[in-house]
Design a protein around this ligand. Structure first.
Ligand SMILES: [Zn+2]
Length: 301
């Protein structure tokens, strides 16, 4: 039987945020509490249940009308072993996360990577609405990636794929947070732009670099152009493999607007296979912000 309401939980290093969403993607209620990283797995998963129950109570509905408990986590979850592989913010490695969560609510549980959930949320109710094949990058502290194929999250064997931020961009390049070298994240995160800015003697974060580039600061313009060249190279690879109908960019860097999107498109035209013959998919900013992950998590059911 189709249940009318969806419960989503977005687990971050700072907050645990839950929402109840109806079948037309309206958010009916919200609840949020501090994540309390550093506590035991039992204590944090108890709070994950507590905040989710609170969202259901605030919506004024019964658990019996909820389709399932969908959870977005800042980690891959191996779909075969049910192990949460690696959640940096909590210091969790190979945690049997389903064992901790099952039975805390009278609902089935599904967990997916938060970047995958954000891509699904944007595809269902945000910038990629109406598209069955979409790709999303979140350009923030790191680079999150999600792929929607035929309307569903594509995560590959064991749910371990679609790690677009860790695709290889430069052989033997900059050190990445994952321990590898030369990942897209090591060039296209806000952190990477700030690192390159510091090396160039520019003080400020990614936003400040983009703002200064808009006002014609030549150092900032050089930094932004180089950043965009790397991002265009990464996106051209993803287009070559997946040919999504649309590409969504989220996260802090995407807020730079035209100073990012206009030259990015030009660069992508130059460096993408088949761009002249068949054009490029649109590359547009995300619409839902932090709600993308919540909506996607809720619609894992
Ligand atoms: Zn990496």
């Amino acid at each position: 039987m189709n249940k009318p309401f969806h419960l989503g939980l977005d687990v971050g290093g700072t907050n645990l945020a839950a929402a109840v969403i109806d079948s037309r993607f309206n958010i009916l209620s919200r609840a949020s509490i501090p994540a309390g990283a550093g506590r035991s797995i039992e204590a944090i998963t108890d709070d994950m249940a507590k905040v989710s129950i609170l969202a259901v109570e605030r919506a004024g509905i019964s658990m019996e009308d909820v389709a399932g408990w969908g959870i977005g986590m800042p980690s891959c979850v191996n779909a075969r072993t049910n192990l949460l592989v690696h959640a940096n913010c909590f210091g969790w490695h190979n945690v049997p996360i389903y064992d901790y969560l099952r039975g805390k609510l009278p609902l089935d549980v599904k967990i997916d990577n938060d970047a995958n959930c954000a891509a699904l949320g944007e595809a269902l109710a945000g910038a990629a609405r109406g598209h069955e094949n979409a790709l999303m990058l979140t350009l923030g502290t790191g680079v999150g990636g999600g792929i929607i194929l035929d309307g569903k999250i594509y995560a590959g064997a064991d749910g371990m794929g679609a790690e677009l931020g860790h695709s290889k961009l430069v052989f033997e390049g900059e050190r990445c947070t994952c321990g590898q070298k030369g990942c897209l994240e090591a060039y296209c995160s806000a952190t990477a732009l700030q690192r390159d800015a510091a090396r160039a003697g520019f003080e400020g974060d990614a936003r400040a670099v983009f703002d200064a580039a808009k006002s014609g600061n030549p150092v900032a313009e050089g930094l932004v152009d180089r950043y965009i060249a790397y991002l265009a190279a990464g996106l051209s690879t993803f287009i070559t493999i997946f040919r999504p109908e649309i590409i969504i960019l989220g996260g802090g860097v995407a807020a730079a607007g035209d100073r990012l999107f206009v030259p990015l498109r030009e660069k992508m035209c130059e460096c993408t296979f088949g761009a002249e013959e068949i054009g490029l998919p649109p590359v547009i900013p995300a619409l839902l912000g932090n709600d993308a992950g919540l909506v996607g998590a809720a619609f894992l059911f």
